[in-house]
Design a protein around this ligand. Sequence first.
Ligand code: G3P
Ligand code: MG
Length: 232
Amino acid sequence: MQIIAHRGASGEFPENTLLAIAQAILQGADAIEVDVYAVEGELIVIHDPKLERTTNGTGTIYQHSLAYLQQLDAGEGEPIPTLWQVLELVQDRCWLNIELKGKDTAQPLLALLAKAEQELGLSLSDVLVSSFNHHLLLQLKQALPELRLGALTASLQLNYAQYVHDLGMYSVHCDLNFIDQQLVHDAHQLGLKVFVYTVDGLDDISAMQQLGVDGIFTNYPARSRVWAFEGG
Ligand code: G3P
Ligand code: MG
């Protein structure tokens, strides 16, 4: 079962910062998950469109210039990183799940991935792009068919695995509160991977192993890795 550091090692360090990502890599995470918006065509890494919870800024990211956003403190003196900085940091160390949150992210992402393939030697097989916005995923699928895509859901729709398969996705990303054996079974039958968020507790980690999911998003990659290992 893969351990995916949710917003980096965000249980211990400021979420979605280079610090939290670097620590997750040190802790042996198999992958890093980050949340992404586009501002002035630049992809930036932050979870909320509102700035108050995770930075010393106010208002929304769309009210401000990129220059303003980049001088904010996202915790422990860390700035809001760009996705490019994250790609540079993660490169060759583990794989990366880019969760697209914001509008107008598809074209900048395609441009950034092309640049990273050229300049960083990025392999697309080390990237998985996910979103709750399935229109966006389809747009990406059409533009770059080999890109791995994951359909996020915060509920449990009927025939969800079949639906995700028909969209041509690589994986199903499901809420811990809704995952069940049927979905795991259906997804695997259709050749889809199953990733579950957010799984931090020992009991939940064991339950996910019992279900046979392919990976968990966790805020505590170090201890989750130990617990998953001990659990078999
Ligand atoms: O990608 C898994 C998970 O991060 C989705 O929900 O709100 O934590 O971004 P959220
Ligand atoms: Mg996320």
